[in-house]
Design a protein around this ligand. Structure first.
Ligand SMILES: Nc1ncnc2c1ncn2[C@@H]1O[C@H](COP(=O)(O)OP(=O)(O)OP(=O)(O)O)[C@@H](O)[C@H]1O
Ligand SMILES: [Mg+2]
Length: 226
């Protein structure tokens, strides 16, 4: 128990360091972006220096994306744990993402066990996990599809699974998907989404597993202790 507490404290303090570094990077980054934007606006379309400025801008957008992710990941680190209804937080996330889901022709089916006990957790952090998983499923189904979300109890544990029928994950990528910065979405993904999920779930003494079949779909299953 004591060791666990020390671990949690260490995590919280390293989270604070990451959050403050990310915050400090963010301020000058905004200035750089604005000035670069001004430079670009004042360059003629055929100025040959323009492509260098655009490449710099692309790099800055990439840095800004990573910084934003790190800030988001650590935003809720100080939140107190409490007893919460997980189904309610899944429903919250699905309704927040409803517009994006509809735009992408994706149907979400929620098979939520109505008799779940409350779980001791950081609800905002778990909402962040659910959001990341749904966003990954959306990316994996560019022509639309289905996401099934299931909650159930099994042997004093809560199981939460997200299954999509998207393009799946190649076997050779499976061991890497929870690593920071692993992404197959060239230029658009920071590769931090699942790493953040892994950290949040581990911090809840839970586990997160993946099963996937190429061109058939992916299931991410979270197991949380009561
Ligand atoms: N549901 C899924 N279907 C197919 N591939 C997936 C799925 N979820 C994750 N992946 C693969 O795992 C990789 C890592 O996912 P992760 O969420 O960490 O990063 P990302 O989505 O690429 O970028 P970010 O979430 O930081 O914007 C993805 O690039 C993708 O290749
Ligand atoms: Mg992602």
């Amino acid at each position: 128990m004591e060791a666990q507490l020390v671990e949690a404290e260490k995590l919280a303090s390293s989270g604070r360091v990451v959050a403050s570094v990310a915050h400090e990077i963010n301020n000058p980054l905004e200035g750089i972006t604005n000035y670069l934007q001004l430079l670009l606006e004042n360059m003629s379309e055929d100025d040959e220096k323009r492509k260098y400025a655009e490449l710099v801008m692309e790099g800055i957008y990439r840095i800004a994306g990573i910084v934003r992710r790190l800030l988001e990941a650590n935003l809720n680190i100080m939140e107190e744990k409490g007893d919460h209804d997980i189904n309610h937080h899944i429903q919250n996330v699905v309704s927040l993402l409803q517009g994006k889901l509809a735009q992408n022709n994706i149907t979400v089916n929620q098979f939520l066990d109505n008799n779940l006990p409350q779980i001791r957790c950081h609800p905002n952090q778990l909402e962040q996990v659910f959001t990341n998983l749904i966003l990954n499923s959306i990316d994996a189904m560019p022509y639309g599809g289905i996401i099934n979300i299931v909650t159930q109890m099994e042997n004093e544990h809560l199981l939460i699974s997200f299954t999509d029928n998207g393009y799946g994950i190649p076997d050779q990528d499976l061991p890497k998907i929870f690593e920071p910065f692993f992404s197959t979405k060239k230029g658009t993904g920071s590769g931090l989404g699942l790493w953040i999920c892994y950290n949040i779930i581990t911090e809840h003494a839970g586990r997160i597993d993946v099963k996937s079949k190429r061109n058939a779909g992916t299931t991410i299953q979270i197991t949380l202790p009561l």
